[in-house]
Ligand binder design. Structure first.
Ligand code: CA
Length: 237
């Protein structure tokens, strides 16, 4: 039995029903809201673990809902957007959403996104338990935050200060899509276009140092036109 409670925020009844039925079948607990106001009320009174949020709501823009929730909560928010334009997703991610689904989506994809959030929550819990060690381990990557060093297969990576900062930022947000704007603001303190271009260059050199030439999958996933995401890799040991 899943103990996770999911808040479904969607004004379109067939889609809401589809999500609810799918969650029920997979033993998730769920709550439903049809408007932004209702979503904010449910979120504050019931404290769900994860929220699925439609961006086009009758009373307010979904991005406004995200901004209001982020004033007091870090609960994972997965945006559901009927609009395929990247700008809407980017705006939602910049406002603090964790992931997104574009309509139409398959229930399998929806469940997979939800599992990612569950793993992230579990990871955060174990992180807070081992906060004193301040060491990050993901597959064969290890970051010792206190020492300011990163290792791959126990060999120290020769990273420039910017590459190290970039790696730490991605690692601290494992599983989460970080937009170009978010990253450049964190690294350079601004989001100029020239910084986005620099980001691509630093990301390329970081990847080269981080990944085996014969690796099939990249640990850092590119979301074209949006940003990057560090994936949780299964440990070998
Ligand atoms: Ca809608």
């Amino acid at each position: 039995m899943n103990k996770f409670q999911v808040l479904i925020v969607e004004d379109d009844p067939p889609i809401r029903k589809l999500i609810a039925t799918t969650l029920k079948t997979h033993d998730y607990k769920y709550l439903q809201a049809e408007s932004g106001e209702e979503a904010l009320m449910q979120a504050s009174t019931c404290g769900p673990d994860v929220m699925f949020l439609d961006l086009g709501l009758p009373d307010m823009d979904g991005v406004e809902v995200i901004k209001k929730i982020r004033e007091w909560s870090n609960m994972p928010i997965i945006v559901i957007s009927a609009r395929s334009e990247d700008e809407d997703k980017i705006e939602a991610l910049d406002a603090g959403a964790d992931d997104y689904l574009t309509k139409p989506f398959s229930v399998e994809e929806m469940l997979a996104r939800l599992r990612v959030m569950q793993r992230r929550i579990a990871l955060l819990k174990s992180d807070t338990e081992t906060v004193e060690s301040s060491v990050y381990i993901n597959g064969d990557l290890k970051i010792d935050f206190a020492a300011g060093c990163a290792y791959k297969n126990d060999l120290e990576l020769k990273l420039t200060p910017i590459e190290y900062k970039l790696l730490c930022l991605l690692a601290q947000n494992t599983g989460k899509v970080l937009t170009h704007k978010y990253i450049t603001q964190k690294i350079w303190g601004s989001a100029w276009d020239s910084n986005v271009a620099s980001l691509r260059v630093f990301m390329a050199t970081l990847r080269k140092k981080l990944e085996d030439e014969d690796a099939h999958d990249s640990m850092i996933q590119t979301h074209i036109g949006i940003g990057y995401r560090m994936l949780k890799v299964d440990g070998k040991n």
